[in-house]
Ligand binder design. Sequence first.
Ligand code: COA
Ligand code: NAP
Length: 265
Amino acid sequence: MNATFDFTDRHVVVFGGTTGINLGIAQTFAAAGARVSVASRKQENVDFALATLGSGALGLVADVRDDAAVAAALATARARHGEIDVLISGAAGNFLADVNSMSSNAFKVVVEIDLQGSFHVARRAYEHLRKPGASVIFISAPQAVVAMPYQAHVCAAKAGVDQLMRVLALEWGPAGVRVNAISPGPIEGTEGMKRLAPQGPEGDALVRGMVPLGRMGTTADIAQLAMFLGSDAAGYVSGALIPCDGGAQNMLTPMIVAAAEKGGA
Ligand code: COA
Ligand code: NAP
């Protein structure tokens, strides 16, 4: 991945940073010279990430649902790499289930990972952030603003993440800490797409048809936006939810497009 920013001597922490989109973000910051710390639940994912991030990176095992584990991981990261310049909170869980087949625990588990986990990560990181100058980035999702069937848990959790981001931008702005969120569109080759989109050529065509730019996103697309938000170039950007989705958030429904293509009324 091409690095277009210089993060030499900056410390970047990525929660949920051991696979997929968040690992892509961690790799891009590492390529731009950052000291990188990544954390997630599974040792094998942490090992996998470290093998791609180079010897300077720090890998930590922590479940974002566990406030004490998050606090301990952040203290270790601070001790190893110093004050945190960029904090990314991207741990998430998802599966398809309509409300009638979703148990109380099924709803709760996603809210606890995505929303409560983001709260733990941000709140526990605050004491370790460089002030002024730090940048906090939440990884949101289109479900936060677009209601989707089979996604009640994620819609509720990610909407909460967006509002948490806005509140923190208000509360931490006076200390010089910027807080923003990225809402990725469909990103190719990720666990999220494996779970939410039909697989195979037909599914690919369906997804591409929802994106005005006509392609799925890549982890590099998201990483480049994260680098911008983490950099001084975004020094006046705070409280912003930024879609990175090829324009999909403004796409007309397939029904309207089909009607227009047939001549419409
Ligand atoms: N449909 C309905 N309910 C489901 C489900 C599905 N496909 N998958 C899990 N659940 C329910 C479980 O039955 C359980 O509820 P119960 O106790 O009432 O039976 C509850 O969700 C918790 O499941 P569990 O497997 O114990 O949770 P976990 O903490 O081990 O794992 C998940 C969390 C379920 C979110 C798991 O999918 C995960 O680890 N995901 C991380 C990766 C990911 O989702 N990436 C995509 C990001 S967009
Ligand atoms: P992914 O590869 O499954 O990434 C999720 C990461 O979170 C993994 O590193 C996972 O590692 C970690 N994680 C999960 N539960 C955790 C917990 N309880 N505590 C700590 N870490 C935990 O998924 P992805 O598709 O790349 O998605 C990454 C982010 O982008 C998510 O926030 C998702 O909502 C968002 N997003 C994705 C898409 C897409 O197209 N894929 C679109 C919109 C938004 P462990 O299993 O080791 O814990």
